[in-house]
Every structure is written in structure tokens, then in C-alpha cells.
Write a protein that binds this ligand. Sequence first.
Ligand code: GDP
Length: 297
Amino acid sequence: MAFEGLTERLQNAVKKLRGKGKISESDLRDTMREIRLALLEADVNFDVVKDFVKVVRERAIGANVLEGLNPAQQIVKIVNEELTRMMGEEDAPLLKSPKIPTIIMMVGLQGAGKTTTVGKLANKLKTDANARPLMIAADVYRPAAIDQLQQVGNQIDVPVFQMGTDVDPVEIVKQGLAQAETNHNDYVFIDTAGRLQIDEQLMDELARIKALANPTEILLVVDAMTGQNAVATAEGFDNQLDVTGVVLTKLDGDTRGGAALSIRAVTGKPIKFVGEGEKMTDMDIFHPDRMASRILG
Ligand code: GDP
């Protein structure tokens, strides 16, 4: 289960304070040390942890936790609020273009869950908002990628625009957008190529697609299981493309939590959705407050 180790350690850190009417400075110091270790062990970014611990400690002292009643409860409340803040505080809904279509460009490393997420989002818009999305297959390097998107399209009954693998992806996007205009699609998803790691050629191609399509959203799909690598990936993509948001996938796995807790703080970009399984319906809007409560258990 996701966050299992972190939840247990955070609970243990605070448990020692339970039942105490008053705590000493050294109790607080011990608790903060354990919270710090719990977060580091969950693979949360070092600087993010440092800032977090400092703020929680200052707030605890400011709130007179040492003098007050039920210090454990007060610290849990502060930790909950600061975890929420670390993940962005407010929900970050999908942006909508004032004029159709809203173009959503999906980027990410190979295997992160890009194609699956394109399907999940298109399916969600179709189901919740009666939208008429079109999905463009712009990954020409892996023939299987086009088949996979086509399969997803069949499954959720959403059309796929593709031109095979011998055409420049920028041209594919151009023609796909023309088709969307003809057919009055209100959302267009561009499923771009991924690589095992960030490279210049890929970034150049993505930048050209961005320049042509002028998307409302550039959503970066990252695999939560990869912890700090996911954070580094997010920084890399964001530096080159200025992404508008992040989709964190595979939160149904036993991820330690580092990516979920660090990405917003490190990149400044909100997590918008989380993937929690392989099925088309296994996706949720990301709510920082609910995630914080889930982490605290
Ligand atoms: P892409 O290369 O980025 O397009 O990645 P895919 O969409 O092909 O996904 C790679 C693998 O991860 C597939 O087997 C997906 O079924 C799986 N996958 C994607 N999202 C999730 C998720 O949220 N949870 C789980 N458990 N698997 C996922």
C-alpha cells in the first residue's frame, strides 16, 4: 500500500506524546527528529524536508504546544496542515480553453503511464462532461504505442487520429488538429513519445509540438514508484517545456511517498490527477488535503 511506512513512522513519532498533558522541549525535539527521518526515509526531497521540519517546529512553539493541552493532537494538526501546503493546498482543476478545442499535450518518460492516462482523462471528460475528445497518436518511435492508443480508444469509444510511424510528429499533430476542427471536437489529447530518460532530441520534438499546438495544458505524467527520480524528471521536463501540471501514476503500488510530497514544492507545479490502477476508471482528482490525511492515516 502507498505511504505505508511513512504513515506508520509518523504515527509512531507522535504516539510518544499521547497522554502527556505537557511536553518538554526535548520531547518536541525528539518528535521533530523522528518526523524528519520518516520523511527522508519516504524519499522526500532533502530541502523540502528541512523546510517542513523548520516550519512545523516554529508553528508548534508559536502555538504554545509545550504549554497547551493535548500536544500530540496539536502537532498532528500542524503536520497535517503543512503536508497539505507542501502538496499545493488547493485542488488544481484541468484548465479549459475559452474556445474549442482545449488542447492537452501529454508528456513523460516511457512507461510512466502516458497513454493510459490520456485514455483515463478522455474517458473522464466524456463521462462527466459529455465531452467529445480526440486523441492524437504522436509517438512514432514505437509502433506498439499507436496500437495501444487505438486499443484504448476502442475501449472508451473515443476516436484516435494517427498517420502511422513514417510522418514527422509535428505534421501529425497539425493534421490531427485540423481534423478536430472539422469534427468540432472540444478536447484534443496529444500522446507524445517518451524515452527511458530525458534527451535533447525528445525535448526538441516536444518543444516543436508545443509551438505548433499552443496547448492549454502540458501535463507531465510521472510514475510515483520512482520517488526522487520522478522529481528530477519533473524538473527536467518543466525547465524545457514549462508544464502546467503533473499526473502522478501508480499510486496503487507501494510507493513510499517521496514523489507525491516533493514534486509541488520542488517544481512549483501542481499535481492535478493521480492514477490508481490500470483500468480506465482508476484515476482521481488530486486533493492535497485528503492526501495529507491519508498519509497521516
Ligand atoms: P507510457 O509509455 O508512458 O505511455 O505508459 P503506458 O500508458 O503504456 O503505461 C505503462 C504501464 O503502466 C502499463 O502497463 C499501464 O497499464 C501501467 N499503468 C499506467 N498507469 C497506472 C496506474 O496508475 N497504476 C498501475 N498499477 N499501473 C498503471
